[in-house]
Design a protein around this ligand. Sequence first.
Ligand code: CA
Length: 756
Amino acid sequence: MNQAKISISRLLCVISIMCCVFISASLSAKEWLIEDKKAYDSIINKVQAGDVIVLANGTYRDFEILFKGEGTKQKPITLKAETKGKVFLTGQSNLRLAGKYLVVSGLVFKDGYTPSSAVIAFRSNKETLAYHSRVTEVVIDNYNNPDKRESDYWVAIYGQHNRFDHNYLAGKRNKGVTVAVRLDSENSRENHHKIDHNYFGPRPIFGSNGGETLRIGTSHYSLSNSFTLVENNYFDRCDGEVEIISVKSGQNKILNNVFFESRGTLTLRHGNGNIIEENIFLGNGVDHTGGIRVINKDQVVRNNYIEGLTGYRFGSGFTVMNGVPNSKINRYHQVENALIENNSLINVQHIQLAAGSDAERSAVPIKSTMQNNLIYNDNGQQPFTLFDDVSGMAFKGNVANTVAHEKLASGISQESIVLKRAKNGLLYPTDAKLANKGATKDLSPIKKSATGPSWYKKVDSLVAFGSGKTIQVKAEDDALFNAVLAADSGDVLVLADGDFDVRKMIDINKTLTIKALNQGQAKVTFQRSTLFQISDGGSLTIDGLDFNGSNSPDSSGNSLVRSKKWGMVDNYRFVMRNSKVSALDINHSFHFFDSGSGAFADYIELSNNHFVNITGDLLRLNKEIEDLGIYNAEYVKLKHNTFDNVQGALVNLYRGGSDESTFGPHFEMTNNSVKNSSKGKRNKAASSLHLHGVQVTHIENNSFDDSAIVVIEHTVGEPKTAIKNNIFNKTPAPSITELYVKGSHTAEVLNNKQSL
Ligand code: CA
């Protein structure tokens, strides 16, 4: 390609298409330089085997690329960036491939979202698929539909013999699988696709079903074989939902992938004869990190290295499920002929067998073997839980450092095991006689740096509180408002002693910390119905401020903080410490914090605060009323606060429905003092805490004095609730009910003092 010629053509703007004949190779192969959509449309029907389409560097907005053609193995048709990483597809752009031997590389999708059902689809329509085609070194970065309930795939792979490799996919926040292998037509089955060396970057908690990172097949065609190879990929904090990978077809191979601090599991949900080999799971003790879940026939799980996983139940470090007798295709097929051998399970808190056993799932695992696995737990606790008869699983030659579960003792011998970290970063027993137990020493975990395009930085889009500059803010008119506007994400605003009477609502669309120079000496009042609104990109920490509602409008329904009223796509964090909130009482229903519908908090923490005289609710996290398993906050923590004369509910946290794809919400309340609260006639919850469908609840060392009842409603998911060492003075005892499961409640209620 003649660079001078290109610049001349650009300069003159006469033609935007160039066509050069390759000097060598093939006489017919052309290279087309494309500078806009129109030019692309004018040539795409002319490209022939061996041609190369070069997208000139720049930003293309609303460009729906249909890349079609018939290449050959020797002469593929290529669509590539002029310079890798310098071609941006924004707005409502997407890419479809249709034909044979097509190669795409070097493109970046960002600042927008696909108007169709996929950002990249290996088909143009139901009939015209892509075969022997490759997408490599492509980036899809935070390319999300702003309505997070709108579902799309980032990548939908159809056809056969396609490869998806060295791509970067991070920050999917709206509903829908990140990468889906579709088997919904004959020509997409037995596909032999290869998915390798991709970087699957952080996928935040989605807060309902539909947050899988990779799915191969669907239940409908799950008895078909897929022959998809998933190899050498890096899954970095893929937290969307309980399934990181959902295998729903047969004869796939999942080899040598790294799962780093990812919540959820690699689930063999449907389909038979899959091989899961030499994968590395590193949980580092992060909540809900899981490993492998086995369902169906003929699955092989061999030589995997699994360390530091905390997950339990269907999210355990290792799970073998019970099936449903004569299962429908979308339920649970019985585990049969599973071979589980030479896996290292190190500090894996939970290994669950015959999991999910109930009246429906009564078919126990059969004809299966678990052998030569290495099981090690620092805490000395054996990790197995058996939910049903596991005599259909043969246990042979396994070793553990702990006393084995009594029913498995014949197949798991207790040994004194000393582990040492090898050069590959993994732990192995030092004792040579254990050399054939657990995973092979030959494991070579794929490095993060060896995945994705080398030219695209793997930066974390989550900005930590306090990671930026410190900015002093004087107690003057509009100073706080203007300081927030001018700040960068990560900055800390330090408020001087004095009065801040805020005239306008402050929009928080970056990560900010607002703190008092001297605790309690920065006094904040506000004149609008809300002081702080958290919107997309926003997270807020407040420290040491004194808030007072006396200058707020004399109307009902004010709030001190709220998230955007409707439709956020970014998760947010909200923390308040060492602060005082008083006189939110100018009218009724003056709330402290009000979540919008569709908003999702990664965490909300209130610690060491004093709340007094509030006519509304403290935390309103009950906006997802459709009972679809969606909720407003993952972790809610209240520590060392006092609540005095709060007329509404302290916390209303609601997760309705029976979906089990998520891990939360989690609620923790420790060492708080609640006085004369939640008894207002407008408190619709008629309780101090109303926790519906919360999965983990821990209420300890609080005193409730002359306050309304604590109400806990268990739904699905075997929720864990502990209520311990609290004082309920002139306050009714907590009410705990099971709404779905028959029988008495499962909460642990211990050492609470009750007086009326
Ligand atoms: Ca799912």
